[in-house]
Design a protein around this ligand. Structure first.
Ligand code: CS2
Length: 516
C-alpha cells in the first residue's frame, strides 16, 4: 500500500470520514456513529461555537455518543454575532465535522468530533433559533458567550438594563427578532411556557465565578421587565447549574491547519488545537433531564458550594496567572505564553503570585492539593506545542481582570483590615498596573499592538483623565468596587507600580521588587 507520507490529505466531510479513519491506521479517533449514519436528536442548543466549545463541551458530548451510545443530546450550534458567519460556512462545508488536535511534548493526537449536528446563524433566521430552543427535544441551552455576553454590572451585580442591546431586546415588538442571548432565551422560554413544556436548563460554560447564578439573575431580570408571570415560572422551574470549565484552547493558526494536513492527512478549514488536559465541574441541577456526563469524566456534584470553590481556585489561579502572563508579557514584547514562562522574572511573578498572594485566600477543597494544582498549571503554561498567543489571553480584559485579579486584591484589603496585618498583594497590583499600561496599545519597544475590548473607548477616556496614574480608571464603577477605590494602601501601590513600569519597564521593575 502507499506509504502515508505520500498520500494527499483528504478533505474532512461525511463522505471521506471512513477513509480518513482507515488511512490513519488508528492514529485518529473518528465518530463511528457518523460513519454508520445513526439517527440522533438534538438535545443541546449551544450559543457561541468557538474554539473553547469545540474543545470542551462538544468533546465530552462526542465521547458520550461514541462510547456510551447516547443519541438524544447531539448539539445544534448557534451563532449570534457577525463573526459567526465564518463558523457557519466552515461547518456547513464539512457536514459539521471538525478535528481537535491535542498537543503536548508527550502527546500528538487527532480526534474528529461528530456531535455538532447542525448550525444556525441567527442573523440568517432569528425565528429558526427561537423555534429550535422551544422545541421539546431541546433540553439544554448551553452558552459560551464570554463575559461581555452577560451584560452584567460587576459593581451592582445587576443586568445592564440601560445597555442599547438590552433596551432594544426588551421592546415587545422585538420579541421575535432578538439580538442578545437573553432575548433569545426569553422568547423561547415564553413559548415553552405557553406550550406547557418544562424550561430547558441554561448551562453557562463561561469563565465566571457563579456563572449559573449570574445567568439566572440576568435572565430573570430580563424576563421580569417583559412579563412577570414568565419570570416567576423561570424562577420556580428553571435550572442554571454553576460550573467550572477548563481547557486551554489557543486560536487556530494557518500553521495548525498545515500541520494537520501533513501529520494526519486531514484537510480541515478550521481545526481546534488544545492541550491534553480538560476539566469540568458542574452542579447537578437540570430542569429537563441531562446526559450522564459523569461517564466521560465530568465531575457532576450536588453541592453548589463545592462548585464555587472549584471555580474560585481555577479563576484565581489559572486565569489570574494568565493575566500575569498576558499584560506584562505583551508590554515586554513576548508573543506566546510559553515564552513568558521561559523568562525568569515573569515565571517568578506567576509562581509567587499564586503561592504567596492568592493561595492563602483560597478555601481547602477535600482531595485537592493546591500546590500540586499550581505545579500542574506551570507545566500547562509551559506547553510550547500549543503556541498559545498573548493577544488571546489579553482579549476583553475589562471582563477578565475584575474576575481574575481584583477579587483577590479586594480580599487582601478586607482581611488586612480585619486582622490588622498587611497581607501581601504587590504582585496582584503589578498585574493590574500592567493592564492599565497595556490599554495604551504600545509596548516597551514602542511597537503598537491591537487592544480588543468592548469598553476600550471608556477605558482610554478614563486613563486620559488621569494621565499616567490609576485613579481615572479606578473611577469606572462597572468594573471596580468602592472597597478598591477607597483603599489608600492599594492606591499607593498602584501608583508606584504604574510609575515604575513606565520608567523602568516590566522586567527591570520585577527585578527590583522581587530580587532573587
Ligand atoms: C484564558 C482562558 O482568555 C483567557 O482568559 O485565560 O481562555 C483560559 O485559557 C481558559 O480559561 C482555560 O480553561
Amino acid at each position: 500500500s502507499t506509504p502515508l507520507t505520500t498520500m494527499a490529505a483528504l478533505k474532512l466531510n461525511s463522505k471521506n470520514l471512513q477513509r480518513i479513519g482507515q488511512a490513519s491506521l488508528g492514529k485518529i479517533q473518528i465518530p463511528s456513529y457518523r460513519v454508520r449514519k445513526e439517527p440522533v436528536t438534538e438535545g443541546i442548543v449551544h450559543i457561541g461555537v468557538g474554539g473553547f466549545h469545540r474543545a470542551h463541551l462538544a468533546v465530552y458530548v462526542d465521547q458520550l455518543m461514541e462510547k456510551h451510545g447516547i443519541r438524544n443530546y447531539a448539539i445544534c450550534g448557534v451563532g449570534l454575532q457577525p463573526f459567526d458567519a465564518a463558523m457557519r460556512d466552515v461547518l456547513r462545508d464539512q457536514d459539521h465535522l471538525y478535528t481537535v488536535m491535542e498537543r503536548s511534548d508527550k502527546r500528538n493526537f487527532a480526534h474528529i468530533v461528530g456531535c455538532i449536528n447542525s448550525y444556525l446563524y441567527a442573523p440568517d433566521n432569528r425565528e429558526a433559533v427561537i423555534a429550535k430552543m422551544a422545541h421539546p427535544d431541546t433540553r439544554i441551552v448551553s452558552l459560551t458567550i464570554t463575559e461581555s455576553g452577560y451584560y452584567y454590572n460587576e459593581n451592582t451585580h445587576e443586568l445592564l438594563s440601560e445597555h442599547p442591546d438590552i433596551k432594544s431586546d426588551l421592546k415587545p415588538e422585538n420579541e421575535n427578532a432578538p439580538r442578545t442571548t437573553f432575548g433569545f432565551l426569553y422568547a423561547a422560554l415564553a413559548r415553552r411556557y405557553n406550550l406547557g413544556l418544562n424550561p430547558f436548563t441554561v448551562m453557562s460554560c463561561d469563565n465566571m465565578q457563579k456563572n449559573g447564578s449570574i445567568t439566572r439573575h440576568m435572565l430573570e431580570s430580563f424576563a421580569r421587565s417583559r412579563n412577570p408571570e414568565i419570570a416567576d415560572w423561570i424562577a420556580e422551574k428553571g435550572a442554571f447549574p454553576n460550573a467550572m470549565v477548563d481547557r486551554i484552547t489557543p486560536q487556530t493558526s494557518e500553521h495548525d491547519k498545515a500541520a494537520l494536513a501533513k501529520e494526519f492527512l486531514i484537510e480541515d478549514a478550521w481545526p481546534v488545537v488544545t492541550e491534553p488536559f480538560m476539566q469540568w465541574v458542574i452542579e447537578d441541577k437540570f430542569s429537563d433531564g441531562r446526559p450522564p456526563f459523569e461517564n466521560v469524566g465530568v465531575q457532576v456534584v450536588n453541592n453548589v458550594h463545592d462548585v464555587e470553590q472549584f471555580e474560585m481556585h481555577k479563576l484565581r489561579l489559572l486565569n489570574g496567572s494568565h493575566s500575569a502572563i498576558g499584560y506584562p508579557g505583551q508590554l515586554a514584547g513576548f508573543k506566546y505564553v510559553h515564552e513568558v514562562m521561559d523568562n525568569p522574572q515573569l515565571r517568578k511573578l506567576v509562581w509567587e503570585m499564586m503561592q504567596e498572594e492568592v493561595k492563602p485566600l483560597l478555601p481547602q477543597i477535600p482531595g485537592v492539593d493546591i500546590d500540586e494544582y499550581c505545579k500542574t498549571l506551570v507545566k500547562r503554561f509551559s506547553n510550547s506545542t500549543i503556541q498559545d498567543q498573548l493577544p488571546r489571553i489579553c482579549l476583553n480584559a475589562s471582563g477578565k481582570i475584575p474576575q481574575f485579579i481584583m477579587p483577590s486584591i479586594a480580599e487582601v484589603i478586607m482581611k488586612s483590615r480585619k486582622d490588622g496585618i498587611e497581607y501581601p498583594f504587590r504582585r496582584l497590583c503589578f498585574v493590574a498596573a500592567a493592564w492599565f499600561h497595556y490599554i495604551n496599545g504600545v509596548d516597551e519597544q514602542n511597537k503598537k499592538f491591537d487592544v480588543v475590548d468592548p469598553m476600550l473607548n471608556e477605558l482610554r477616556a478614563a486613563a486620559e483623565a488621569d494621565r499616567g496614574g490609576p485613579e481615572g480608571l479606578l473611577q469606572i464603577k462597572n468594573l471596580f468596587g468602592d472597597d478598591l477605590r477607597s483603599d489608600e494602601r492599594f492606591i499607593t501601590e498602584m501608583k508606584k507600580a504604574m510609575k515604575d513600569i513606565a520608567e523602568k519597564g516590566v522586567l527591570e521593575t520585577l527585578k527590583i521588587y522581587f530580587p532573587d
